[in-house]
Ligand binder design. Structure first.
Ligand code: SAH
Length: 348
């Protein structure tokens, strides 16, 4: 039987070395054999754990942020959208936290952007009472009302390219074959790919796919109204962050060329670039602020005290730990002029 590794090797034999963008796209998203297409990767038995899987408090704070912005925007009919909803846990927590916000559920239509059939089935189980509509991409979202969009650990899964300026011109990191073994190598790249002037021999990551997704959302939010809340690990500086391409297999880092199709592949999200795109399309961009700052501004400590359940303490600590998720993960908001987040409040 074919595996995604055999598909990738056959592709390289026929077409030559492939960009990391093509490699990631196939390893994660190949329609039959891709990592996300064939499994639920989350949780102890999987490869990685996300904030909503760690604690219900995470989704509750996201729900409060969305409902607050919506109320202050005049409580219009709207589409609630999640990009890459995993098991549906975050959305279930958002919906539970907002069920007593007057008219929030009555004026809402739920949309889930998900490519994985395995995860769509999980989302269906978790959210069937809310009758979601699934989409393979944001392109088919409705255009008749404001959008409230949430994306947690979605942008980091979208493919990147790695470039480097050398004395011999621009080169790109590519995946090739030596005998039967996948190897990294360098190939010449068109200089038009460079986003800006860069230092020699420094790795620059770009993600045209991520930027296209952001552009599509910003155009919609700009015209339909609404807000996008994106939470991910990444950086928010104009300087490049170097090589952040990584693979995780059963909760441990591994070489991205090992366990192909069985390891999660991600990279740090360049929030600086995403905010610039949003602003170019007429949106406001807020943040980034750290996950810790965001959750605390939304009242996570008060909610924990109210629930009065010590079983929630270790999850709370993990979400806020400044040496771990609390700082590594960042939150940005992208809005139309009628919407604004109570936090993050430091407009970019
Ligand atoms: N947001 C969830 C899951 C994060 S894992 C959580 O926080 O627990 C990444 C999610 O994005 C998965 O649901 C995966 O199937 C989905 N995904 C990855 N690439 C995608 C793509 N190109 N289009 C839509 N969904 C994608």
């Amino acid at each position: 039987m074919d595996t995604v590794e055999s598909v990738i090797k056959a592709h390289i034999r026929t077409h030559g070395p492939m960009t990391i963008e093509t490699f990631m796209g196939l390893a994660l998203g190949h329609p039959q054999h891709g990592y996300y297409m064939t499994r639920d990767p989350l949780g102890v038995a999987g490869d990685f754990t996300t904030a909503p899987e760690i604690s219900q408090l995470f989704g509750e704070m996201v729900g409060i942020c969305l409902a607050d912005a919506w109320l202050r925007a005049g409580a219009p009919p709207f589409h609630l959208v999640e990009l890459g909803p995993g098991r549906g846990t975050l959305m279930a927590d958002i919906l539970r936290a907002t069920k007593n916000v007057p008219a929030f559920h009555a004026r809402m239509h739920l949309h889930l952007v998900e490519t994985s059939p395995v995860l769509r089935a999980k989302q269906d189980e978790a959210l069937k009472d809310y009758r979601p509509t699934w989409h393979a991409s944001g392109d088919t979202l409705p255009d008749d009302a404001p959008l409230l969009v949430v994306a947690n650990e979605f942008f980091d899964a979208l493919p990147i390219r790695q470039l480097m300026l050398t004395e011999n011109g621009l080169v790109e990191q590519v995946v090739g074959l030596e005998g039967e073994k996948l190897t990294m190598g360098l190939a010449p790249a068109p200089s038009t790919l460079l986003p800006r002037r860069v230092k020699n021999n420094e790795i620059i990551e770009i993600s045209p796919i991520r930027e296209t997704v952001m552009e599509g959302l910003a155009i919609r939010i700009g015209t339909q109204g609404g807000m996008l809340l994106a939470i991910d690990y990444g950086h928010d500086t104009p300087e490049p962050a170097g090589d952040t391409f990584q693979a995780v297999y059963k909760h441990r880092f591994c070489d991205p060329l090992e366990h192909v199709g069985d390891a999660d592949l991600t990279s740090h999200v360049d929030f600086h670039a995403l905010k610039a795109i949003a602003k170019r399309h007429g949106c406001e961009a807020y943040g980034s602020i750290s996950q810790k700052e965001f959750l605390e501004a939304m009242g996570i400590h008060a909610r924990y005290a109210q629930l009065n359940d010590t079983k929630l303490e270790s999850g709370l600590m993990r979400l806020l730990d400044p040496n771990d998720m609390g700082n590594l993960f960042k939150v940005i908001a992208v809005t139309s002029s009628g919407f604004s987040p109570a936090a993050p409040s430091n407009r970019a």
